[in-house]
Design a protein. Sequence first.
Length: 370
Amino acid sequence: MKAVILAGGEGTRLRPLTCNHPKAMVPIVNKPLLERTLDYLKEFGVGEAVMALRHFPDPIRQYFGDGAAFGIKMSYSLEATPLGTAGAVKNAEQHIDGECFVFNGDFITDLDLGEMLRFHRENGAVVTIGLVPVENPSTYGVVDLDSQGKVKAFIEKPDWDSVTSNLINAGIYIIEPKVLKLIPPGEHFTFERDVFPALISAGSPVYGFTSRAYWIDVGTPERYLQVHHDILGGKLRRYTTHEPLSEFVSVGEGSTVSPEARLTGPLALDKRCSVEGKAQIVGPVAVGEGCRIGDGSLIESSVVWRDARIGKRVVLKNCLIGENVTIEDDTWITGGAVVGDNCVIGSGNRLDRGIKVWTDKTIDSGTIWF
Ligand code: GDD
Ligand code: MG
């Protein structure tokens, strides 16, 4: 069975982290999101992934190529203009030869696709939508079911006063090829606002497969940090190559940790890092390849991408740090702050309260006291 993965969105809510990277390539515990999605799909025997791309396709194609190195066949379908979720699948029609999975490309889950496929076939559905319960449904596609699991209504991002269910579209579909006939070629068309409402009002068999599995859309900084806490904290029990141990400490090849440094899991330190002097890392923390962490610094509950140069007595707590960032001595970055790629944060700054520093910026010493 094949899967079409929608990865052409701009990832605006995750900026500045997605200024230089497609959302599908942001590292989730030091491994690109899409690579984790492929690992998951392979668990269910999916042999081919068709990537529907538009914005920023090259880093994805260069990394995965034909997929041979990742144990899955990869093909690519490119859009000249954004075609929307359904238009993008229509654009990939030449690669689709039967019932297939369609995935939004921006979530982490351990939902059982095998069970979902059985449910789809038993019901003779034309579309089955994977559903999960959430606390705040209004920022998602909200779904109402009848007692047999047939979808009665699908409302994309409803106002609060029209929310009638806590079950939301997880962005996982099984579609029969005849659904493609409903999608006009070369036009902007979405499953959420066009295809599903039309099928439902025609009484077609659209079913909802409800799951209590782990699921998170990683499209905002808060949820991007949350997924790290969850994976490192062992919340994803199935279909993950990560060891679910709360004291889990993983130190990559070629990394050095000073004997005086303290590492408290769960944490993953990638290759070629150096943790110097009395630096401390208190998990959940992920640190990318080639980072240097200076004497007396503390990193806690944060995600640091590759090649960071972190000086002495720096504090990073509940923050996200992009690629190739320099943080000079005595700076504190806390409270959900996000620093984009290639920034230089001079010494003695205090970045807090969700402040976002755009890519390539230099902040002089002692200028920000948030
Ligand atoms: N190729 C392509 N072309 N991909 C696209 C396009 C497009 O024009 N537009 C969006 N995508 C991709 C995005 O890259 C993302 O992986 C996925 O489609 C969903 O787009 P988002 O922009 O992330 O949508 P959302 O999160 O606001 O809402 C969607 O996901 C929710 C679950 O996370 C909807 O499907 C909701 O109904 C759903 O609940
Ligand atoms: Mg999304």
